[in-house]
Every structure is written in structure tokens, then in C-alpha cells.
Ligand binder design. Structure first.
Ligand SMILES: *Cc1c(COP(=O)(O)O)cnc(C)c1O
Length: 236
């Protein structure tokens, strides 16, 4: 069995190779290690191998891990569907939220971000798979939502995020990721300053990097297969 540190290094090498093929510097792609359903011991092993950014999908599971790992200088990203009753805790304990898809959630995150902390970094999640996906804002709603989010004082709009439907068709992977990049470019041509394209997971990150991903969210390729149900830090 390979260790987390070996798998992490293999992922870093593949990111660097994809960046090289795209004519981009390897450091232009940030690796977010998606630790949902994995134990705090697994996160400590990844940290020991140099990984500091971690992504969690479930608010309570993430909060438990943040508390259990508060001795480490980690950066926490919330990447899952967000319910309004969890926005305050997420705004207090995470540095980033990638899954803002409606104004109500953005407003609540803004209101819940403590004044002692810098503005919360956010990405707007966009549905680029049409019928196949229920999460993310519709591309037609994006310009208005982006302008409103960018104006919220306790949020810092960093960019866009998407989870395209899984496919092994590389051309289709690239087409979806290209669409997100073009949506981002359209917003930037209207004057919004965006520096993040959060796209690409274990099975499609090379295509995402080819299309301009600046942050890839990778779980399985680093930590191995997940158990079906999320685990909690207290039971690890
Ligand atoms: C689980 C998850 C990932 C990581 O998926 P892998 O296929 O395990 O790399 C990335 N992004 C989001 C939003 C996820 O929910």
C-alpha cells in the first residue's frame, strides 16, 4: 500500500506535468486536499508531507476536524452544499467557501464573518452541466450574482467553481472547464477582479489545468477511497 505522502507527491508531479503541457508554471496551480470522510490522522500525515490547504464538504464534520487540528497552521476551505443554518459557523471557522450559489447564502456568510477576521474568500459555484446537476447558479444568473457578491464588504469574491458531471471523455471534460473559464473571462471584462478558477478533481484535473484551473480539489488520489458515510473527527 502506498502512503499518503507518496500519493501526495504523485499528485504534485501530475499537476506539474499538466501545467508544463499547458505552458503554465507549476506554482500557478494550487492543490486543495479534499479530506472529507477521512480521519484527522490522515490530515496530519498530509500536513507532515507539506500540505496545508484542506477542503471539507460537510459543515459539522469540517468544524470537528478544525477544532481537533487547531494545533496546526492549516487553511480550511468549505466546498460542499451550504444550508443557511450553517452559514455562521462556516463563516467563523473557514478561510474560503467555494460553493456560494445564491444571494441568500452570500448575505448570511457576509453577516456571519467576524470583524476580527479578514474578509471570507468566496467562489461562486456555477452549474455548467445543465440538467445533470442541481447545484450551482445558472450561467445566466451569474453576472448579477457576481456583482452583488463582489459588493459585500465581509466577502472577497475570488472566482468561480464548478463540478462538471463525471465523464471519461477528455474532450467533453475540457469543453465544460473551458465554459467556466470563459464565464470568468466575461466577468473580468466587465471589471470584476478574479484570480481563482476552482475546477478539477481526481479523475479530471489534467483537463482542468489545461483549461486554466488555478486550484484543483483532490481527494481520492491523495487519501484513497472514501467510506460511504462521512466520519467525524471525534471518532477517528
Ligand atoms: C469530494 C469532492 C472533491 C474531491 O473528489 P475526488 O474525486 O475524491 O478527488 C472535490 N470537490 C468537491 C466539491 C467534492 O465534493
Amino acid at each position: 500500500m502506498t502512503s499518503i505522502s507518496e500519493r501526495l507527491q504523485a499528485v504534485r508531479n501530475r499537476i506539474a506535468e499538466a501545467a508544463r503541457l499547458a505552458g503554465r508554471p507549476p506554482e500557478s496551480v494550487v492543490l486543495l486536499a479534499v479530506s472529507k470522510a477521512h480521519s484527522t490522522d490522515a490530515i496530519r500525515a498530509a500536513y507532515a508531507a507539506g500540505q496545508v490547504r484542506f477542503g471539507e464538504n460537510y459543515a459539522q464534520e469540517g468544524l470537528n476536524k478544525i477544532a481537533a487540528l487547531s494545533d496546526l497552521p492549516l487553511e480550511w476551505h468549505f466546498i460542499g452544499p451550504l444550508q443557511s443554518n450553517k452559514t455562521r459557523l462556516v463563516a467563523e471557522h473557514f478561510s474560503w467557501v467555494h460553493s456560494v450559489d445564491r444571494l441568500k447564502i452570500a448575505q448570511r456568510l457576509n453577516d456571519g464573518r467576524p470583524p476580527r477576521l479578514p474578509p471570507l474568500n468566496v467562489c461562486i459555484q456555477v452549474n455548467i452541466s445543465g440538467e445533470a446537476s442541481k447545484s450551482g447558479c445558472e450561467p445566466s444568473d451569474l453576472p448579477a450574482l457576481a456583482r452583488t457578491v463582489a459588493a459585500l464588504p465581509r466577502l472577497r469574491l475570488r472566482g468561480l467553481m464548478a463540478i462538471p458531471e463525471p465523464t471519461t471523455d477528455i474532450a467533453l471534460q475540457r469543453q465544460r472547464f473551458r465554459m467556466l473559464r470563459e464565464l470568468s473571462e466575461a466577468l473580468q471584462s466587465e471589471g470584476l477582479v478574479l484570480d481563482t478558477l476552482s475546477m478539477g478533481m481526481s479523475d479530471d484535473f489534467p483537463a482542468a489545468i489545461a483549461e486554466g484551473a488555478t486550484l484543483v480539489r483532490i481527494g481520492t488520489a491523495i487519501f484513497g477511497e472514501r467510506a460511504k458515510r462521512p466520519i467525524h473527527a471525534s471518532t477517528s
